[in-house]
Design a binder for this molecule. Structure first.
Ligand SMILES: C[S@@+](CC[C@H](N)C(=O)[O-])C[C@H]1O[C@@H](n2cnc3c(N)ncnc32)[C@H](O)[C@@H]1O
Length: 259
């Protein structure tokens, strides 16, 4: 069963505070994600792990006709309903492990978007298959996740090293090729996520039938570094991986997919 850490009171309050400041999301991840968005006029969008719903509202403002935001956390969804509601948006409590429910209900989308939630998915082939089934031919899948260098180390003890002046100069990590569950501390102990090496991520995407269009490891702009000088260490080790892929107009059958 998927862990629902965002409904932990302490975790939720700390995460909320983090997002209120000028976060890595605002300065690094979101600009790169927005640059990869397709035109949304009249389109139907699914946001997986929609959190506070800010992106769902942005999709409506960009002309989307209908947006569905799904999330496992009741606290996140309650905030979304308060802060980012719109008649064109439906919020629904759902585990991303259960996308087949939406498939069987006949839901289909032009864009499936997910910001920083896919590293919580245990069964990645199942997630990719669900996304593929839910997209119209020609539809786009766009997601960001923690970079595999960040998720790699088994005891979650990957860290920056400092030079004699105290500036970050390198990054230590290990266990990169050991795919699987990681348990670490982020605000609270026992936070579970799943590490997958880059090759596994891209191969699973291809085997589901998708065609990769972009793989981005975002770096900060000079303006972003002015606002948060610590972002300069992104040039040593990226925090995020962003993938954009397309469902072909004429998808291959199961046996023809790159297997
Ligand atoms: C880091 S937050 C990002 C929230 C939002 N996408 C954003 O960028 O502001 C990750 C979100 O994924 C949700 N999440 C984690 N595991 C999930 C799962 N198995 N199914 C659905 N949502 C999940 C969490 O509850 C949380 O809202």
């Amino acid at each position: 069963m998927s862990q629902n850490i965002f409904d932990n009171e302490t975790f939720f309050n700390e995460y909320r505070k983090l997002r209120e400041g000028k976060s890595y999301n605002d300065l690094l991840e979101q600009p790169a994600m927005q640059a990869l968005l397709p035109g949304l006029t009249g389109k139907r969008v699914l946001d997986i792990g929609c959190g506070f719903g800010h992106n769902c509202l942005d999709f409506i403002n960009r002309g989307a006709s209908r947006v569905m935001g799904i999330d496992l956390s009741q606290k996140m969804l309650s905030a979304a309903q308060k802060e980012a509601s719109h008649p064109g948006i439906t919020y629904r409590r759902m585990d991303m492990a259960g996308l087949s429910q939406l498939v069987s209900e006949g839901e289909r989308f032009d864009l499936i978007y997910s910001s920083l939630a896919f590293h919580y998915a245990e069964d990645f082939p199942r997630l990719m298959a669900g996304c593929f089934s839910l997209l119209h031919p020609g539809g786009v899948l766009l997601w960001s996740q923690e970079h595999p260098i960040v998720t790699a180390t088994l005891d979650c003890a990957g860290h920056f090293n400092q030079d004699e002046q105290g500036n970050p100069c390198s990054y230590t990590f290990s266990d990169y090729a050991k795919s699987g569950r990681r348990v670490g501390t982020w605000f609270v102990e026992g936070v579970v996520n799943y590490h997958r090496p880059m090759g596994e991520i891209l191969t699973t995407l291809a085997h589901a039938g998708f065609v990769l269009t972009d793989a981005v490891e975002p770096t900060p702009s000079p303006q972003a570094i002015k606002q948060r000088p610590d972002l300069a260490k992104e040039f040593i080790k990226p925090a995020f991986l962003i993938i954009r892929a397309k469902k072909p107009e004429n998808p291959l059958s199961g046996t023809e997919k790159g297997k």
